[in-house]
Design a protein around this ligand. Structure first.
Ligand SMILES: NC(=O)C1=CN([C@@H]2O[C@H](COP(=O)(O)OP(=O)(O)OC[C@H]3O[C@@H](n4cnc5c(N)ncnc54)[C@H](O)[C@@H]3O)[C@@H](O)[C@H]2O)C=CC1
Ligand SMILES: O=C(O)C(=O)[C@H](O)COP(=O)(O)O
Length: 378
């Protein structure tokens, strides 16, 4: 069995090596000539998986260690009889932690409390629903927009996008990138929507670059309209529009989902799916792979306020580090992908043990996903 891997998949050599001969390549260099006699291909989001890649290949299975699947022609794979699995939800918590870090950072910069803001979440799937749960635990008012779920009759209070634009202080987008049908998301944020945003609104895109019309966004920012913009994803990638970069509040190189846990879960989910596909029963426990975190525990006292929460959140992950990294490197060719390839180890909140002497704080921290414990006060 010959297996070709995207090089940006932690633990993949170790795991897929149990099933066959493995080699890896940068995702953007995986093309039909590179496939040779490969039987199974494991990609991330930068490799378009289409008929032109696979039509004359021996590939029987494709895994994508990502939540998004807009790079994969799933209909073609199905009619070609090629197995496929993505990794739904693998990095949802990482994106949530990215968004909350961004909001707490902007709150510190602009002197507002998150709990006084209304956050509109567009796309209430794996990321959006977890973001809603954590923000609600923090007492933040949220408004939810997911017309597919609303039309399906899912439980929940769903509003339309126009309501969120009117009523929310923050709009954060967590939809797939789609081009067809009533729910298409390409350029969901266009010039008309941007014009309707109230002054001082916060716009976050951590899903796919083209969900926001980047040229329209630049034009609006150039007029001096006061907006705070957080962009993790760009239109197009890996090319960066430097004038846009210079006008956004936080800019990162498509790493919102790049916690070690998130990337490792992506690998294990496609490993489990491929194992099942070839009839091997060898499930992998994520915890058996992960190293201990650099910062393992911390003790706090008293009631948790937003400033203390910000410090805890940023002890684990601070989006401003990645913003600085991108701004320092952005002008040079190839840096967007290099920053992603050499991304430093980043852990999720669950990796931090927080001991507190306050029962309410312990309960809140546990609800937020920290490894919280109540310690007797001394
Ligand atoms: N920046 C990053 O590193 C990451 C980006 N992503 C992107 O974020 C997207 C969302 O991730 P998940 O929540 O895991 O996906 P998901 O598939 O669990 O949820 C997506 C939700 O968006 C909804 N939706 C679809 N069209 C919509 C529309 N027109 N308006 C409002 N809602 C709509 C769907 O009904 C679904 O509930 C992924 O498709 C991927 O493209 C995901 C993970 C990491
Ligand atoms: O899972 C997704 O969807 C993502 O956007 C990934 O976090 C992106 O990572 P790469 O596939 O570009 O390494």
């Amino acid at each position: 069995m010959n297996i070709l891997l995207d090089e940006n998949m932690p633990y993949a050599h170790q795991l897929f090596g149990r099933l066959g001969a493995v080699r890896s390549l940068p995702g953007r260099r995986i093309n039909s000539a590179a496939l040779g006699q490969t039987d199974a291909l494991m990609v991330r989001s930068v490799t378009p998986v289409t008929a032109s890649l696979l039509a004359n290949s021996a590939i029987r299975f494709v895994g994508s260690a990502t939540a998004g699947t807009d790079h994969v022609d799933e209909a073609w794979l199905e009619q070609a009889g090629i197995g496929f699995s993505a990794a739904p939800g693998c990095n949802a918590l990482a994106v949530v932690e990215y968004v909350i870090s961004a909001l707490l950072s902007l709150g510190q910069r602009d002197d507002f409390l998150l709990k006084d803001r209304t956050v509109g979440i567009i796309g209430v799937g794996n990321v959006g629903s977890r973001l809603n749960q954590r923000l609600s635990a923090l007492g933040v008012r949220t408004l939810l927009c997911d017309p597919l779920r609303a039309d399906r009759g899912d439980e929940g209070d769903f509003a339309d996008l126009a309501t969120l634009v009117r009523e929310a202080d923050v709009l954060t987008f967590h939809t797939p990138l789609t081009d067809q049908g009533a729910y298409r998301t390409r350029h969901l944020v266009d010039e008309a929507l941007l014009a309707c945003l109230p002054d001082n609104a916060i716009l976050i895109n951590a899903c796919r670059g083209p969900v926001v019309d980047n040229a329209a966004l630049l034009r609006v920012l150039q007029t001096g309209k006061p907006l705070s913009v957080v962009l993790d994803v760009w239109e197009p990638e890996p090319d960066l529009c430097l004038p846009l970069l210079s006008r956004v509040s936080l800019a990162t190189p498509h790493i919102a989902g790049y916690s070690l846990e998130g990337k490792a879960r992506g690998t294990t989910q496609v490993y489990d799916a491929f194992s099942r596909f070839i009839g091997v029963n060898d499930p992998v426990a994520l915890d058996s792979l992960l190293p201990p975190p650099a910062v393992a525990s911390v003790a706090i006292r008293g009631e948790l306020d937003e400033s203390m929460l910000r410090q805890l959140v940023h002890l684990v992950y601070d989006v401003r580090r990645d913003d600085g990294m991108l701004r320092r490197a952005a002008a040079a060719a190839g840096e967007f992908d290099r920053l992603r390839r050499d991304y430093p180890v980043r852990r999720e909140w669950s990796s931090l043990r927080v001991e507190t002497d306050n029962a309410a704080s312990a309960a809140l921290l546990a609800e937020l996903g920290f490894n919280a414990g109540l310690a007797p006060s001394r």
